[in-house]
Unconditional design. Structure first.
Length: 637
């Protein structure tokens, strides 16, 4: 899954106001957070409305712009060197001063320009060299002028040397873009969704066809915009759907995909049909065999998601940059997760998203969803003199707080809070247990597609109780402590619809496990293996080891191990035992001091990448998935 902009060059106004020249480390989804009036919405609108073409750097895996400019500078420098040695100021269209100026420009602004072929300058120079011949006009450098016969001889040699250059550099240029393309040009469609949005129009909309939300937004924020801007409020959805249904084959296909999306996401795969009613501004919605209804009779959350996702399908085949103000409006945590899952779908791989938010639920999701960057905004004021008439101009700062392990987000206070809104909770020891079990449930439901589908943060949520901290919780209704100051927290009082999962660990934990089984009954599951990692199939573990070793597993002392061999021992110790002395290619041990996996989170993420089908689950993982599904189903019927 890709995105087009990794680094964005900002215009002079933003540079002065936000103290930055470029916005770095952009991802598929880019979240702007900060207190009220911290400048995040202003920044979002400004980059949406940047005049002219965007200047940016794409991710290197798409095209290495820096490498291209280095080659272009080297190529141009070689041309300059040959012309200079010939004591000329230029030949044909190759002018020495202009070439020097081009090198400086390439060094100062090494960006890909929207709607401009990245390789244009290189192939222009190649064409100018290929056009050279003995009758080409030359510019004499008077300071180093030579005799005419010597100059003619040098010119012949110069042309020959110049014509040899493209072959040297063309092979380097061809390696830069994917699939050896000789051109690379991108256009973007920018769309802005303001907080002023909705599907229910006013009389102005009905009588004049004017989108009053859009006009208000343009008047407030984009009055000085030099070009037409695509602002989507939802009020004009009637006309937009009509145009798509009566439009080109591509538009009709996109509309069909949008209706399929609504069916699969919100209406249990029942057929959904959107129909604009003649001589009205109302869209009718037909769901399965149910009598059709007005679109505004749907729940506010679904209406909001329709507004947020419609541009994705309207511009399905385009490179969309979607700018959204506070997408969490009218969306409960489950719907917020659904929104993120939708925009991460592969069919929107060429779309990129920027939004402001006050929702910690969006920030929670960055802990387990890749390709999200977070930017924290702050407002700064200079020192005030104390004069009642003095007014200070605000300046703003932006801090990129996105990193691989999202530790900065945790420092910002990100916590799972959606559990209070779900119908039941699954209590697990830690973050890797949550990630593994989430993936198990995902492939279980994909395999059993005919069963009712349940979604995290809507039908169920996870709670992490941190392993040994289970002793802090009381699962007995009547458990008492002589000294109230030492009483355990009563989990049943906090959440009576819980399911508890614990590791088997050692025999010393058995009394506690038996007590939990007695108290919780079918709502308790003790793993039949040492830890959650031991539940992975042998094939999955082999694939993870191969990824760490960056090779095949021919150097393993034993490749054909089975789950029974590591079921009741620490997995890190077991993996180390597979290698003969000095055979391991990975730096460092697979085991922590305790014997468990070192860096469990990294190991977990690699393992999950290799669990994409139900058949890849071990027998116990399949059993656990079934038990959990039955529990979730029982509390959502």
């Amino acid at each position: 899954m890709g995105h087009h902009i990794k680094t964005l060059s900002v215009n002079s106004n933003l540079r002065n106001e936000y103290k930055l020249n470029v916005l770095n480390n952009l991802s598929k989804v880019n979240i702007f957070v900060g207190s009220n009036n911290s400048g995040k919405s202003r920044f979002l609108r400004r980059i949406f409305a940047i005049d002219g073409s965007l200047s940016f750097l794409p991710p290197e895996e798409m095209v290495d712009v820096e490498k291209y400019y280095n080659n272009l500078i080297e190529f141009t420098d070689a041309i300059i060197s040959l012309i200079t040695k010939s004591s000329l100021g230029g030949i044909g269209n190759l002018n020495l001063n202009e070439l020097i100026s081009e090198i400086e420009d390439s060094r100062l602004t090494p960006f890909l320009k929207e709607d401009r072929d990245l390789f244009k300058d290189f192939y222009r120079l190649v064409d100018e060299i290929n056009e050279l011949n003995t009758s080409s006009i030359v510019t004499i450098n008077t300071a180093t002028a030579r005799a005419a016969d010597t100059r003619d001889q040098l010119m012949d040699q110069l042309i020959a040397n110049l014509k040899a250059l493209p072959n040297v550099y063309q092979s380097k240029i061809v390696e830069i873009p994917p699939s050896g393309r000789t051109s690379y040009k991108i256009n973007f469609k920018r769309v802005y969704i303001p907080t002023l949005r909705g599907l229910r129009g006013y009389s102005d909309t009905i009588d004049t066809g004017k989108d009053v939300y859009k006009e208000r937004t343009k008047n407030d924020y984009f009055k000085e915009a030099s070009k037409a801007l695509e602002i989507h409020t939802g009020l004009n959805l009637y006309d937009e759907i009509t145009d798509m249904l009566l439009g080109t084959v591509q538009q009709r296909y996109n509309m069909l995909k949008f209706q399929e999306f609504l069916s699969e996401s919100f209406f249990d795969r029942q057929q959904v049909t959107l129909t604009p009613v003649r001589d009205s501004d109302v869209i009718k919605v037909k769901i399965g065999t149910e009598k059709e209804k007005n679109i505004f009779e749907l729940g506010d959350g679904i209406q909001s998601l329709i507004i947020l996702t419609f541009p994705l399908f309207k511009f399905l085949e385009e490179n969309l940059l979607l700018f959204i103000e506070e997408p969490e409006l009218y969306l409960h945590p489950g719907m917020q997760r659904k929104f993120i899952e939708v925009i991460m779908d592969e069919q929107f791989s060429h779309h990129q998203f920027f939004f402001t938010t006050h929702s910690n639920h969006f920030l929670d999701m960055t802990l387990d969803i890749d390709m999200i960057s977070v930017y924290k905004f702050n407002k700064e004021l200079g020192e005030h003199s104390g004069s009642p008439t003095e007014e200070l101009d605000a300046a703003f700062s932006i801090e990129n707080v996105s990193n691989e392990d999202k530790s900065v987000l945790q420092e910002l206070g990100v916590r799972n809070s959606a559990v209070l809104l779900s119908n039941c909770t699954i209590w697990v020891e830690g973050i890797t247990d949550r990630f593994y079990i989430r993936q198990f449930l995902k492939v279980f439901q994909e395999y059993h597609s005919s069963l009712k589908q349940f979604k995290e943060d809507i039908h169920y949520s996870f709670v992490e109780y941190s392993g040994g901290n289970i002793t802090h919780w009381s699962f007995l209704e009547n458990e008492t402590e002589a000294d109230a100051r030492h009483a355990s927290m009563n989990a049943e009082k906090i959440c009576s619809t819980l399911f508890l999962i614990s590791d088997k660990d050692g025999d010393d934990k058995r009394p506690r496990q038996e007590k939990l089984k007695e108290i919780l009954g079918e709502r308790y599951y003790c793993l039949e293996c040492k830890e959650i990692e031991n539940i992975l199939s042998a094939d999955t573990i082999r694939k993870v080891i191969a990824e760490y070793e960056k090779s095949t597993l021919e150097h393993l002392a034993k490749k054909d191990f089975t789950q029974e061999e590591y079921n009741n021992m620490y997995l890190g110790t077991f993996i180390n035992s597979l290698f003969e002395e000095g055979a391991r290619k990975r730096r460092g041990s697979y085991a922590a001091d305790s014997g468990t996996i070192v860096n469990k989170l990294d190991f977990c993420k690699k393992a999950i990448d290799h669990i994409t089908t139900y058949a890849q689950l071990s027998e116990e993982a399949q059993k656990l998935s079934q038990v959990l599904y039955n529990f979730i189903k029982g509390h959502n019927e």
